[in-house]
Design a protein around this ligand. Structure first.
Ligand SMILES: C[S@@+](CC[C@H](N)C(=O)[O-])C[C@H]1O[C@@H](n2cnc3c(N)ncnc32)[C@H](O)[C@@H]1O
Length: 224
């Protein structure tokens, strides 16, 4: 499974510039992904009082949903590479009077500025599909480090199905010619990585966005 992922030659500087540029239209461009993210949030099982981290929060759609779930007793942290995405999400959080329970900052998923064993839930959507294959383990090891023992990791990403129309060969060909045209995102298969890192009860579900492009929701728990 691991060798079925194509390379993602996009650097973090390029990803930052691309998402700064995309921030004004991002919500419109990604409206088909609402269903997969809603499923991701459902399996995250975020409750009142939870401490949640979202890495690569973009325009803050799911981060705000998490902030509403944790209530006043909980806290949601967010980190993203793009200053424009940070600015946009900060404005939204302020407008909804959620600033007390939300802490946002700029940063890179490869080196998280948080202590180990802090978070009940770590949510990450459509960001690993930008991370080059050799670095996926680095990022997922960071996710595992900051989760509490027993904490839940939820990943939502572009992926591949088994049928001719969902094996993403055409998408991957276009990606190999011009990654930025596709937001730098290529399909990934993350379940085997989580199993290799020792996550428990790892599950995978596929949801079709726009009826032909598969997204995977993969989740599991850090061992207690
Ligand atoms: C495709 S968008 C997904 C945004 C949001 N999670 C969603 O699903 O709507 C990818 C986001 O991840 C951020 N990002 C990309 N690489 C990152 C990295 N290495 N560390 C942190 N954030 C990153 C981008 O700036 C962008 O906001």
């Amino acid at each position: 499974m691991l060798n079925k992922i194509i390379d993602a030659p996009i650097t973090s500087q390029k990803a930052q510039r691309l998402y700064d540029f995309l921030s004004p239209f991002y919500d419109y461009l990604t409206r088909y992904e609402r269903l997969s993210k809603a499923k991701g949030l459902a399996v995250a099982e975020i409750r009142r009082g939870h401490i949640v981290l979202e890495v690569g929060f973009g325009t803050g759609q799911t981060l705000i949903a998490s902030a509403l779930k944790v209530g006043n007793e909980g806290q949601v942290y967010g980190i993203d590479l793009s200053p424009r995405m940070l600015e946009k999400t900060r404005k939204r959080v302020k407008k909804l009077a959620l600033t007390k329970r939300v802490d946002l900052q700029l940063g890179d998923a490869r080196q998280l500025p948080y202590k180990e064993n802090v978070f009940d839930v770590l949510f990450n959507s459509y960001m690993l599909d930008l991370i080059d294959t050799p670095e996926l383990t680095t990022v997922l090891t960071e996710f595992e480090r900051v989760l509490k023992p027993g904490g839940r990791l939820v990943l939502v990403n572009l992926s591949k199905g088994e049928n001719w129309y969902s094996n993403m060969k055409l998408y991957e060909w276009i990606y190999s010619k011009c990654p930025s045209l596709l937001g730098g995102c290529r399909p990934v298969l993350t379940k085997a990585f989580l199993e290799e890192l020792g996550f428990q009860k790892v599950k995978r579900e596929i949801i079709f966005a726009g009826h032909i492009i598969p997204s995977e929701i993969v989740w599991g728990n850090k061992p207690k």
